[in-house]
Design a protein around this ligand. Sequence first.
Ligand SMILES: *Cc1c(COP(=O)(O)O)cnc(C)c1O
Length: 425
Amino acid sequence: MTDPRRRVPRTDALLADPRLAEAARVLGRTLVKTVIADAQQRARAGDITPEHVADHAVAALPSAAASLRPVINATGVVVHTNLGRAPLSRAAVDAVVTAGGATDVEFDLATGLRARRGRGALAALARAVPTAGGVHVVNNNAAALLLAAMTLASGREIVISRGELIEIGDGFRIPELLESTGARIREVGTTNRTHLRDYADAIGPDTGFVLKVHPSNYHVTGFTKAVSITELARLDAPLVVDIGSGLLTPHPVLPDEPDATTALRAGADLVTASGDKLLGGPQAGLLFGTADLIERLRRHPAARALRVDKLTLAALEATLVGPPTPVERALTADLADLRERAQRLATQLPDAQAVDCVAAVGGGGAPEVTLPSAGVSLPESFAAALRAGTPPVVGRVESGRCVLDLRTVDPEEDARLLEAISRCT
Ligand SMILES: *Cc1c(COP(=O)(O)O)cnc(C)c1O
């Protein structure tokens, strides 16, 4: 009897299989060869028969060339950091696809000359926050703070309250980021209380700017005092405010969350924010401020290293002018509708119950806000099975049950969610 290992088909023979040839065209030869090599290895190890190598390779083909997979977020955490923060709206996704090709991002089709990069997105941002004298977009909010520190405080001091020296997540600390630019942090006040005179006493010829940071991911209660933007604006130093979440105007569901328009009206010279938290757009750092400050930031040599890609500009513009984002829809979803959806799903599934639950804003934002919600409760064992499915569904485990919170699931995804759960029963 011949050694089955010698009957394992060769790579070129497998690549000639029409299914694998088509996959090589769509996904690339390198990726398909990796999949083929795995299948051949399994045949050599005796896990599969040599005759089935092609079938196994076909079954193991990924559906796309990139390894990132679409996931149904049923965690109830609206801006889920580990699931990529804000999911883009359909309009923003379409804009990204269009901008993926050659596009007039920096070109004027009428004159044939170079044009201002991302002018459509910048104009949309300026229209969304008319109080701002100028706007600028960088890679993320961390980059916005970096650019502000490099431009306004290199070799100088940034005056900040001890209560606002915060760590955002994954070990990222705002004071360390600022110091990396060569600026010095001048801490004022105490952890729980900082007064206007603490700031006033620290301001001098070495001051680059005063920084107010929204402590987005925690909440101090009790004997506390912070100084308002209005008061800080009266001091004799530029005032930079990091609002974090990216709301452009006040939000009815999140009354304590700061927004760019209110911060500027209160007297901030520069406001920084993220694009992919509550704004519901792509990862970006948004800067709003006086025209001359924004111009100085734009002209800093490092601005080029922090600039955003055309895909980001496209998604940002579509987020700003397009229909309500998935984040906005999740925040404002009506509880009665959520309960009805939960009921409808639960009646179609053997082990499921419709339950009330509590969703959260997430993304390090509004930690004290809870959003009443509804979902489907399943036995705990479903959690792992659902994550392993296609599409993967991520729920949360609560008191020994797997709860799928519908506030973060688009109603249009209910049918796919139902199929995904049914496959696990
Ligand atoms: C999230 C956050 C940041 C960091 O923003 P990125 O866009 O992730 O860089 C900075 N400051 C505050 C207050 C935040 O909430």
